[in-house]
Unconditional design. Structure first.
Lengths: 111, 112
C-alpha cells in the first residue's frame, strides 16, 4: 500500500448503532498513526495518535486500535449519536517527515 | 487560548498577483505544516517545518514558498497564483511527531 486508504468512503447509521471504519497505511518507515474528527465548516480535531503495534486508545464512546505489522487501524464508535456525524480522517507519518492523510470516512448518524 | 490563527479566512485574487497567507501559533510548537484540501483528494501536504529555519517539501510544493524565521509564524507565499491553486488551505502545528496536530480555521482561496 503506497497511500493511506480509508473505508468505507461514507456511512449512514441509525442512532444507537455501533460502527467502525478502517485505515490502511504503508507499514514500512512507520512512526505514527493519527485519527481526526472533522465537522462540516470546522477544522479537523485530533482524536488519537498511536505509535506502537497493538496500541489501543479510547475517548468516551470512541476507540481505536493499531496494527503496524499489517498496516491497518480501526476506529470504533459505540452507540452512535447525531453529534458523531462528521468526517473521520486518518494520517500516517514517518516521524517528522511527510504526513499522508486518507480521504476520510463521512459518517452520518440518523436520529 | 491555545490556537493556530490563519489569515485571511477567505480570499479572491487574480492570476499572477502575489499573496501571503499568514499562520501563527501560540503553543510554542516546533512542528508546523501547510495542507490543501481539494474534493476527493483529501488533505495534501504542501510544506512542513521542523523548527526555525528548517523547512522541507511535502507532496505538492510546486507554486508555493514558505519561511520559518520565528517559531510561532509559518507564512505560505504564492508568488504567482494560478487557478489550479484554488483550494481550501489549512495550517497545522504540533509539539512533536507523536502528538496530534492543531489545525487553523482554514483559508478558502479562489484564483480567477
Amino acid at each position: 500500500i503506497l497511500n493511506v486508504e480509508q473505508s468505507p468512503q461514507s456511512l449512514h447509521v441509525q442512532e444507537g448503532d455501533s460502527t467502525n471504519f478502517t485505515c490502511s497505511f504503508p507499514s514500512s518507515n512507520f512512526y505514527a498513526l493519527h485519527w481526526y474528527r472533522w465537522e462540516t465548516a470546522k477544522s479537523p480535531e485530533a482524536l488519537f495518535v498511536m505509535t506502537l503495534n497493538g496500541d489501543e486508545k479510547k475517548k468516551g464512546r470512541i476507540s481505536a486500535t493499531l496494527n503496524t505489522k499489517e498496516g491497518y487501524s480501526y476506529l470504533y464508535i459505540k452507540g452512535s449519536q447525531p453529534e458523531d456525524s462528521a468526517t473521520y480522517l486518518c494520517a500516517s507519518s514517518g516521524g517528522y517527515q511527510k504526513v499522508t492523510f486518507g480521504t476520510g470516512t463521512k459518517l452520518q448518524v440518523i436520529p | 487560548e491555545a490556537q493556530v490563527t490563519q489569515n485571511p479566512r477567505y480570499l479572491i485574487t487574480v492570476t499572477g498577483k502575489k499573496l501571503t497567507v499568514t499562520c501563527s501559533q501560540n503553543m510554542n510548537h516546533e512542528y508546523m505544516s501547510w495542507y490543501r484540501q481539494d474534493p476527493g483528494l483529501g488533505l495534501r501536504q504542501i510544506y512542513y517545518s521542523m523548527n526555525v529555519e528548517v523547512t522541507d517539501k511535502g507532496d505538492v510544493p510546486e507554486g508555493y514558498k514558505v519561511s520559518r524565521k520565528e517559531k510561532r509564524n509559518f507564512p505560505l507565499i504564492l508568488e504567482s497564483p494560478s487557478p489550479n491553486q484554488t483550494s481550501l488551505y489549512f495550517c497545522a502545528s504540533s509539539m512533536a511527531a507523536n502528538y496530534g496536530y492543531t489545525f487553523g480555521s482554514g483559508t478558502r482561496l479562489t484564483v480567477v
